[in-house]
Write a protein that binds this ligand. Structure first.
Ligand SMILES: [Zn+2]
Ligand SMILES: [Zn+2]
Length: 257
């Protein structure tokens, strides 16, 4: 199984990072995608440092919507240069976050658009973070991304069947995380049931959003088994089947590009 989204650069893993990685591998996680947003620019290599050190990691580079206001022209140029690294598979996580509004919305939009242009020029998929911003996120993707035919990932998918089908139509894969195990996320569970088999992925977003029965604790990639089991149960598939399908999907989108 592949954890398609984690932040193992987080300081929460400073005490036991090697043990966390060993537990992931023991749980059946073959690879992890280290999201490279870190603490924001000028440092863009938070994911790459892990990918350079450990064979189980691939990386992304990107400027999170929270950090959009910290980014200048030099950061976008550096980001474009880092896409040449063989272990950098995508640009992300990028998008819009209207829940926290840590960066002004117009600046979030501009950073999002610039990074879609950089990803398109490099032919790399994008990893989307969207919170309370579905309409603007999908509209910007329609205007600035869809025509390139490259696709991407809706990370920690939080929408329902309607958002799922709009995202799939735009060429996106839906990555389900701990949210799908929470009892009150019936809408997300509906989306998980009906999502096309060739468009689903599974992730932890560690250290955030630990799945039930570890909800509220620090999340780590080994806990992905709880999310994968729930997803398999919702879809009426076996656990093994779900692991195989999500790994195949990850390969198709990110490694054959
Ligand atoms: Zn996110
Ligand atoms: Zn994340």
């Amino acid at each position: 199984m592949i954890d398609s989204h984690c932040h193992l650069d987080s300081a929460e893993f400073n005490e036991d990072r090697d043990a966390v990685i060993e537990r992931a591998i023991a749980a059946g996680v073959t690879h992890m995608l280290a999201i490279g947003t870190g603490d924001g620019p000028p440092d863009l290599e938070a994911g790459l440092r892990l990918a350079d050190k450990y064979s189980a990691f691939y990386a992304t580079v990107g400027i999170h919507p929270h950090d959009a206001a910290k980014a200048g022209p030099d950061d976008f140029k550096r980001l474009a240069d880092l896409l040449a690294h063989p272990k950098v598979l995508a640009v992300g996580e990028i998008g819009l976050d209207y829940h926290y509004d840590f960066s002004p919305r117009e600046i979030q939009k501009s950073a999002f658009i610039q990074q879609m242009e950089i990803a398109a020029a490099a032919g790399k998929p994008i990893v989307i973070h969207t919170r309370e911003a579905w309409d603007d996120t999908l509209a910007l993707i329609e205007q600035h991304w869809a025509s390139h035919g490259i696709g991407g990932i809706m990370h920690c998918f939080s929408g329902g069947p309607a958002e799922a089908s709009r995202a799939v139509d735009l060429g996106f894969y839906l990555s389900f995380g701990g949210l799908v195990t929470f009892p009150k996320t019936l809408v997300v569970q509906e989306a998980a049931k009906s999502a096309p088999r060739d468009r689903i992925l599974v992730e932890t977003d560690a250290p955030y959003l630990a799945p039930v029965p570890k909800r509220g604790k620090r999340n780590e990639p080994a806990l992905i088994v709880h999310t994968a089991r729930k997803l398999a149960e919702l879809r009426g598939e076996s656990y093994e089947e779900l692991c195989d399908v999500t790994s195949e999907n990850f390969h198709r989108l990110l490694l054959l590009n």
